[in-house]
Design a binder for this molecule. Structure first.
Ligand SMILES: NC(=O)c1ccc[n+]([C@@H]2O[C@H](COP(=O)([O-])OP(=O)(O)OC[C@H]3O[C@@H](n4cnc5c(N)ncnc54)[C@H](OP(=O)(O)O)[C@@H]3O)[C@@H](O)[C@H]2O)c1
Length: 300
């Protein structure tokens, strides 16, 4: 069984994910608020949707938008749920709060559609190589089955993590760890540099140690060469930190390390230093605070 798919939200991630679906031979209709972003996918075989409501013609509707507010717009203002969506499956892959996911699920249910949370771990480059992973959750097993089939055509593995918005919880926790690791890498890179050790040598060793990970390896060129092509913005990363902190605050769960990390991302956003750069630009901020001028290096 191969569901037809309507895809709403063609930013960096949405575009890369639809490319994977097209490569898998899926029939995909695409819509984006800024319509021109659909052009490259239409040229690659996707069908352009003139209106969000046209998504109701497809078996499965996937959204990949910025944040809680954008997701709310989709279910309360876009007209998506005014179309004949009864019996359809709506899968949201955005990184949003539990509250936003539950509100979208309730709106879908009221329109007769099933809702599945399917946030993704992996940047656009990771999606491109087929290595993204998904956490999925929902209350309708058949809809979760459909989501598993669709996401399996995009990524390497799909984890069913429970009912309701469990997947949103898993995603926020994962991104919290990622945010802290990036700040920590920035700090030690500047420390090593200040003590006369090449950042390239440090990162080569870290990457082969117990704390080496896909993340430390992806971010090595940023730290070494001081080039920061954006995979995700400091603003977006801070959005995810704040969602985790808000959830922790509601539950009276102290998160001192993540709280301190939020301040550093906020400084990167507020100072303008991170404007247009990847969040790995945290290393520039640590160096500036240390009164140091880093120089680009070549990989070890
Ligand atoms: N980039 C990453 O590495 C990464 C990794 C995992 C998860 N994520 C998550 O994936 C989501 C998308 O990230 P991204 O990097 O693809 O972001 P992005 O490039 O900024 O794209 C955001 C998308 O949301 C759409 N959008 C924003 N507000 C909207 C609204 N009110 N109504 C309709 N559409 C709206 C944008 O439309 P326009 O084009 O018209 O602005 C665009 O299609 C975010 O939740 C992010 O946290 C990102």
């Amino acid at each position: 069984m191969s569901e037809t798919i309507a895809w709403i939200g063609l930013g960096r991630m949405g575009t890369a994910m639809v490319e994977r679906l097209l490569a898998a031979g899926r029939d995909v209709g695409v819509w984006n608020r800024t319509a021109s972003k659909a052009d490259v996918l239409v040229a690659a075989g996707a069908t352009r949707l003139d209106a969000v409501a046209d998504a109701a013609r497809y078996d499965v509707i996937v959204t990949m938008v910025s944040d809680d507010a954008a997701l709310r717009t989709i279910h309360s203002e876009s007209g998506l749920l005014n179309g004949p969506v009864a019996g359809r499956v709506w899968i949201d892959c955005s990184t949003v709060s539990v509250e936003a996911a539950l509100a979208a699920a309730a709106a879908a249910r009221a329109a007769g559609a099933a809702y599945v949370s399917a946030p993704v771990s992996g940047n656009p480059g990771v999606v491109h190589t087929g290595n993204a992973i998904f956490a999925i959750s929902g209350d309708d097993e058949a809809a979760v089955d459909a989501a598993e089939r669709v996401m399996s055509d995009i990524g390497r593995k799909v984890y069913r993590v429970g009912p309701g918005a469990s997947a949103n919880v898993v995603k926020l926790c994962t991104n919290a760890v990622l945010s802290v690791i990036m700040q920590s890498l920035a700090e030690v890179a500047v420390l090593a540099d200040g003590l006369g050790v090449r950042r390239a040598q440090l990162m080569e060793f870290i990457n082969d140690s117990a704390v080496g990970s896909p993340l430390t390896r992806y971010k090595t060129p940023n730290i070494v060469e001081l080039e920061f092509p954006q995979t995700f913005s400091p603003f977006g990363q801070r959005k995810d930190i704040r969602l985790a902190l808000a959830a922790a605050s509601d539950k009276e769960i102290p998160m001192p390390v993540l709280s301190a990390t939020e301040v550093e991302y906020s400084r990167l956003v507020a100072s303008g230093l991170g404007e247009g750069l990847d969040y790995a630009a945290l290393v520039l901020q640590v160096a500036r605070d240390a009164g140091m001028q880093l120089r680009p290096e070549r990989a070890a």
